[in-house]
Write a protein that binds this ligand. Structure first.
Ligand code: PSV
Ligand code: MN
Ligand code: MN
Length: 426
């Protein structure tokens, strides 16, 4: 299914005046604080977040999965779904593929699809947390950290294969997330697991083309519950440094123990020029993969404050690769992703409202109350009319969720693909 610009435009008509009134009111009041609203709108419109190919069908838990009608059964259909989201939001201009779940069969056709929907290929993701069909070695006891030379070699080779696939599509980065770890004390040797991981990552890093980057993702636990080899940002940072200049840490919001100060991790990594990628989601307890901004929107805003500062003041840090890494168990996956994109844009816009000069003065004067006032007055501003404007200018929907429903996207997908289609790769 394709959502036409003309259909979006006619749906926008209903709320155009309302939008204009709200936008005028907000931009007048922001102008009094010397905020350049046009600049905000442009920055929002430029901010593009990749959609992972594995998030387009219903997710699930180990207790079950309830499939959602009209799920994409092929990579082409997944790209069509990202195309729908991008048409409505103008914010999802990239797709991130997971190999082997999404190995293209016809590269030219896939590239054409990407061009048709105006999508780039973001980082490619390897998978050494599942045994692959007909594979000689098992990852039951780890992949890049495995005590077996043969298993490690197979895992390294898989990553090299993924890089080759990514090259054919025009990706420029590889994300490695490892499930490697142990379930019980004494089950493995911490030092040799870490050393094997470092050696394997170096081999992968050295196989990348020169214009590629390696993103190393960390996670404290799950599927292993006693220890994970790359458990935290420090371990990832250390491994990235060991690999070289084009290896970076990837922060996934759900991969922290409760109450971790993620914004401080972001600031530290950007200062050191090592924040390469970012996975958005939200959580209450663990790696819950909930809709971005649904549980802790204020924390997301504080994280964006550091990202905004880092993008402005840390030229040593590359522009991070943004991706949503969420799972949709109950909601329509496309609606869930649209809500996540809205929450990301909202946090980004609010963070850009913080008067950084005033904040620095207040910090220098140790005026704690004023520091909080400055931060919170940005957070309390309703920035949604600016988001609407950014979408409108690019031909997107004033309200992507409303347009999605008015245009009967899910109904059409069910008609096209059936009620019982199951997303490929799951
Ligand atoms: C597993 O926790 C995970 O969600 C990681 O966040 C990866 O990014 C993703 O799976 C895909 O491998
Ligand atoms: Mn992730
Ligand atoms: Mn995760």
């Amino acid at each position: 299914m394709i959502v036409n610009k003309s259909d979006i435009a006619s749906d926008n008509q209903k709320s155009l005046q309302d939008h204009q009134d709200k936008f005028d009111f907000l931009s007048n009041s922001l102008a009094k604080s010397e905020i350049n609203v046009d600049d905000l709108v442009n920055k929002l419109a430029d901010f593009q977040v990749a959609i992972p190919s594995w998030a387009l069908g219903a997710g699930g838990t180990r207790f079950g999965r309830f499939s959602y009608g009209g799920e994409p059964g092929t990579l082409e259909q997944k790209m069509d779904d990202v195309g729908v989201i991008h048409s409505l939001t103008q914010t999802a201009g990239a797709i991130s593929l997971h190999i082997p779940w999404d190995i293209p069969t016809d590269y030219e056709a896939i590239k054409q699809k990407a061009a048709q929907h105006d999508l780039n290929f973001d980082a490619v993701n390897s998978n050494t947390f599942q045994d692959q069909k007909d594979a000689k070695e098992s990852y039951r006891n780890g992949s890049l950290s495995n005590t077996s030379d043969a298993a490690r070699e197979q895992a390294v080779q898989h990553n090299i294969d993924v890089i080759e696939i990514g090259e054919k599509l025009g990706s420029k980065s590889l994300t490695v997330w490892l499930a490697d770890g142990i379930n019980f004390p004494g089950q493995g040797n911490f030092q040799s697991a870490l050393q094997h991981t470092e050696d394997s990552l170096k081999k992968i890093y050295n196989s990348m083309p020169e214009d590629w980057s390696l993103f190393i993702e960390y996670k404290p636990y799950e599927p292993n519950f006693y220890s994970t080899v790359i458990q935290d940002w420090g371990t990832s940072f250390m491994l990235a440094n060991a690999c070289g200049d084009r290896a970076y840490t990837l922060v996934d919001l759900g991969h922290h123990l409760p109450n971790t100060n993620i914004e401080q991790i972001v600031a530290t990594l950007m200062l050191k020029g090592k924040l390469g990628g970012f996975h958005f989601n939200d959580s209450k307890y663990g790696d819950d993969d909930l809709t971005v901004g649904s549980i802790k929107p204020y924390a997301l805003f504080l994280i964006f404050n550091e990202l905004v500062q880092g993008m402005q003041h840390n030229p040593q840090n590359p522009y991070p690769a943004w991706m949503i890494d969420a799972s949709h168990n109950i909601k329509d996956p496309l609606e869930d992703l649209i809500q996540s994109l809205e929450a990301i844009q909202e946090a980004y816009a609010k963070a850009m409202l913080i008067d950084q000069n005033k904040l620095m003065e207040a910090q220098a004067a140790n005026d704690v109350t004023l520091c909080q006032e400055i931060i919170q007055s940005a957070y309390r501003t309703d920035v949604r009319p600016i988001l609407e404007k950014a979408r409108l200018e690019r031909g997107g929907a004033l309200s992507p969720i409303k347009a999605y429903r008015n245009l009967k996207v899910r109904e059409t997908l069910i008609k096209e693909r059936g009620l019982h289609s199951v997303a490929s790769g799951l």
